[in-house]
Design a protein around this ligand. Structure first.
Ligand SMILES: [Zn+2]
Length: 186
């Protein structure tokens, strides 16, 4: 008699959600650019953080935020969770027999499909300063203009990251993912 796979699937589903919640919690409450708690989590997930110089650059040039880890490090962190969960799911999927087991496999697959983008976007939402109200935009347009210290060259096609809003900074026609959060430029 083979061991039921259902408890393992349930364990995987809760592990995945716990890790996603942890990445969000630690990532969005840590000091701007990261701190010991965030570095500890990255280390645990086997991720090499940005260098101190790169972190400073991301703070200066990336999307404006009041605290928290760099969105690209958050993407790497949740991607590590995704990879582990996907690897663990494969043999369980093979062993799933009952309707309940197969339904849970599908549910986990659906969550995995969007977990990296979902968590990265939620992180950006949590660490972004509150959006200015219409009246404050008119009252003080200059002060509320987002600042991207890197200086986007004028005349460039103004493409922006759909996830963090950072403008694209290259004239390279091969548009890769956003350097600050890994989101799609459009
Ligand atoms: Zn971005």
């Amino acid at each position: 008699m083979t061991e039921a796979v259902l408890p393992h699937l349930r364990g995987l589903a809760s592990w995945m959600e716990e890790q996603a919640a942890r990445v969000l919690e630690v990532g969005s409450t840590c000091a701007l650019g990261g701190d010991a708690a965030w570095d500890g989590l990255l280390h645990e997930l086997g991720i090499t953080p940005l260098s101190a110089d790169e972190r400073r650059k991301h703070i200066a040039e990336g999307p404006k935020r009041s605290r928290g880890a760099s969105p690209i490090e958050v993407r790497w962190a949740i991607n590590a969770v995704y990879e582990r969960a996907r690897t663990a799911l494969r043999p369980m999927d093979f062993r799933a027999e009952t309707t309940e087991e197969n339904d849970l496999v599908r549910k986990i697959e659906q969550r995995l499909y969007s977990i990296v983008d979902d968590v990265t976007r939620e992180h950006i939402k949590r660490v972004s300063p509150p959006a200015p109200t219409t009246s404050s935009i008119f009252a003080n347009a200059r002060a509320t203009t987002p600042s991207y210290g890197g200086g986007v060259k004028s005349g460039l096609n103004q493409m922006k990251c759909t996830a963090c809003g950072a403008p694209r900074k290259t004239e390279d026609p091969n548009i890769g993912p956003c350097v600050y959060c890994g989101g799609t430029l459009a």
